[in-house]
Design a protein around this ligand. Structure first.
Ligand code: SAH
Ligand code: SF4
Length: 352
């Protein structure tokens, strides 16, 4: 299967064209067709010669994804199940927010981190997605908008779908480069958020890359005992090491970090957990904030249930009283398979 041309950074496309006897300026034309006019075939690139079109067709495809299922929720959330050329399935979610349209992308087929509450980790990692396959998810949502009468644009991107983005670092960075490029989709770096389960060396590397992209860390527990019991990765990178990387990131970038915290009833949602969390973050109150996330129940993980509202509010109050910036995340698409990995795992069960 040919790779998707969406995966090539502009400068990489320029080098490729020069190597193949083409002129540099063709890259601008091709990008304009891909990201401004948003064509679906090389044949539509009418200012390219037949020979150039043939060359592109010989080496690349544009869209590598086949749309299998689209679920629309009453709040405007849309969930897509896509099939990859090797028949693996991935999910992409569009969320309509007050501030714009946000797309959540998948970065790997399955995930090896194996958090015990997560539907994505039910499938071990089969492979990394290519940068082109990640960009294509955004493009297909944008194409979906383009077919409508009302103009809508993908304005925000969250790298929070299936997979651990920092376990596919180079491809995720290429993806960010393409969607952020002013001549690409021009999605502002501050409108892009990458979420990691806490791969410490990669957090440090990310701190050094100079991008203004937002970082979110899946913390989910205030101490090693609880965190190790729900997130295996904590055994390799315990909270002390994670906080060291966080400090390094904050010192290097002076940008805020979001801590994601799923509220699991009776596991991590007690007032003492909130106090421990406040203590953990007390030296970085200005540059951090906590996102309390309602748990999306996963049938394979029935040991976990969602914290009752009053427990969430009590937890929130303790954090606030201790001066920690904190929000309770709004839910999206509750009437469809909302948790990432759920639609995929249901579909796989059906087909087997
Ligand atoms: N692998 C990365 C990014 C993908 S997961 C990470 O773990 O950060 C994106 C977020 O969804 C993470 O914070 C993850 O912990 C959370 N999540 C996973 N399963 C969930 C569920 N069933 N309900 C709510 N959030 C969940
Ligand atoms: Fe992987 Fe993130 Fe799910 Fe953990 S929460 S299994 S890291 S996708």
């Amino acid at each position: 299967m040919k790779p998707s041309i969406y995966g090539l950074r502009k400068e990489v496309l320029i080098d490729w064209l020069l190597e193949h006897g083409e002129k540099k300026f063709r890259a601008n034309q091709i990008w304009e067709w891909l990201y401004q006019k948003r064509v679906t075939g090389f044949q539509q690139m009418s200012n390219l010669s037949k020979a150039t079109i043939a060359l592109l067709e010989e080496h690349f495809c544009i869209n590598p994804l086949k749309q299998m299922i689209v679920q629309e929720a009453s709040d405007g959330t849309v969930k897509y199940l896509f099939e990859l050329p090797d028949k693996n399935m991935i999910e992409t979610v569009l969320m309509r927010q007050e501030y714009g349209s946000s797309v959540c992308v998948t970065t790997q087929v399955g995930c090896n981190i194996g958090c015990t509450f997560c539907a994505s980790g039910l499938l071990k990692k089969q492979r990394d997605l290519t940068a082109g396959e990640i960009v294509a998810q955004i493009m297909l949502v944008q194409h979906y908008f383009d077919q409508r009468v009302e103009e809508e644009r993908v304005s925000h991107v969250v790298v929070m779908g299936i997979g651990e983005p920092f376990d596919n670092y180079a491809n995720v960075m290429d993806f960010i480069n393409v969607i952020n490029d002013a001549k690409g989709l021009a999605i502002g770096a501050r409108h892009i958020t990458v979420s990691t389960s806490g791969l410490v060396p990669k957090i440090k590397q990310f701190a050094e890359n100079g991008l203004q992209v937002n970082l979110a860390i899946s913390l989910h527990a205030p101490n090693n005992e609880v965190r190790s019991s729900i997130m295996r990765i904590n055994r390799s990178f315990p909270i002390e090491k994670l906080m060291e990387a966080v400090d390094y990131y904050l010192d290097n970038t002076n940008r805020r970090i979001t801590f994601e915290y799923i509220m699991l009833s009776g596991i991590n949602d007690r007032p003492e957990h909130a106090k421990q969390l406040a203590e953990l973050l007390k030296n970085k109150k200005k540059l951090t904030y906590v996102n309390l996330i309602p748990y999306n129940p996963v049938s394979e993980h029935d040991q976990y249930s969602r914290s009752p509202k009053e427990d969430v509010l009590r937890f929130y109050d303790v954090l606030k009283k201790n001066g920690i910036n904190c929000v309770i995340r709004k839910e999206h698409g509750t009437d469809i398979d909302a948790a990432c990995g759920q639609l995929r795992s249901k579909q796989m069960k059906k087909s087997s």
